[in-house]
Design a binder for this molecule. Sequence first.
Ligand code: TXA
Ligand code: MG
Length: 348
Amino acid sequence: MDTEIIKLSGVSDVSPMLSHAADVIKNGGLVVFPTETVYGLGADATNKDAALKIYSAKGRPQDNPLIIHIADPSDAEKYAYTNPVYYKLAEKFMPGPLTVILKSKDSVPKETRGGLDTVAVRCPVNDIARELIKLSGVPIAAPSANLSGSPSPTRPRHVIDDMLGRVDVIIDGGECDFGLESTIVRIDSDDSVTLLRPGKITVADIQELNISVSISDAVISQLKEGDVAESPGMKYRHYAPKSPVVLLDGDVMSCVEYIKSQNIENVGIIVFSEDCDYVKNEVPSAFIYEFSSRDDELGQAHMLFDILRCADKKSHDLIFAPLPKLSGIGLALYNRLIRAAAYQIIKL
Ligand code: TXA
Ligand code: MG
C-alpha cells in the first residue's frame, strides 16, 4: 500500500493534517504516530478488523494484546472497570508514560486485547498523540510501531525503515522524548500493584503514593520453560538486535581488558560519554556508540533503541554494553538491554 508521510515540524497549524489522520483511523486504517515514549502503530481500538490489521502490519502474534490509548484518564470508564487505585495513579501520572491493566468491558473487542479479559489503558502526554485520539473520537489501539522482534522506533527514520508500505499514514513528529516504552502495572485485588514492564515512571514514584509495588519476575529474569507470562509480550524475544549482545558488569578498565582479550574482529561497544576517548584509544578497531553520561539515565533511555538499530546495520560479530543499575530508570534500561543480550552477563 502507499504510505502517506505527514511531517509536522515547522507547520504552524497542525490541525488539518491531524484531522486527516484521524479520518484514516475512523475509517479503519493504520496511522503511525509519535508518543512521549516510542512511536505507536495505531488503529481504532473498537474496530476488530482494524485491530487485526495492526497484527499483520507488525508481524505480531495475535495473542499479544494491544494497549488502548485514551485522551483523558476518565475515558477509561467506557472501556474498563476502574477503581480508586487507578484514579490515584492517573491523578499523579496521567497523561504520561504509564499503562494500567484493568478488567475490560465488552466495548473493547477480544481481538484488541489478544483474547484476554483485561485491557491495557494509557493516556499519553504527547500533544500530537492526544490531539489525534481526540479528533478520532475513539480509543486508539497501538503497539510500538516496529516490526515484531526489532527495537521500538524512537526516530522517524526507524518508523520509515519498518513501516513504509505497511500503513496508511506515518506522522513524523520528530524524536520521541523518553525513548523507552511506558511503565506497565497491573492493579491487584488488595490494591497493591505489580510492575509488568519498567519505564520512566519508576517503582519509587509509585511507592510515593503509598501504593505497594511488587516486581514481576519476568522484569529482570528469563521466563522458564512452561512459566505463564503475566504480560504476554514478555514471552517473546524482544529488542533483539541481529548481532549478539553481551552485558559487562565491571569498571571501564576491566571491561576494556576483557574486550581486548577476546580479539573480536568487528566489535561494537556501547560506552558512556566520559569513557569514549579512553575506550577508543585502547580498542582502536572497535566501533564506539556513545551512550550519554554514566549518571544520565534519561539520556541513555533516549539513545538506546537508536544505538541498537544503528548497530544492526553494522553486522558486528559482538556488541558489548554496560550493565545498568536495577533501580530508578536503570531498571527500565536493564529490562530492555538484558533482553537484547538474551540474558548474557559477564561479571568482571
Ligand atoms: O509506550 C508504550 O507503551 C508504547 C506506546 C506506543 O504507547 N506501546 C507499546 O505497546 O509499547 P506494545 O504493544 O509494544 O507493548 C505493550 C505490552 C506488550 O508486551 C503486551 O503483551 C502488554 O503490553 N499488554 C497489553 N495488554 C495487556 C494485558 N491486558 N495484560 C497484560 N499485558 C498486556
Ligand atoms: Mg513493542
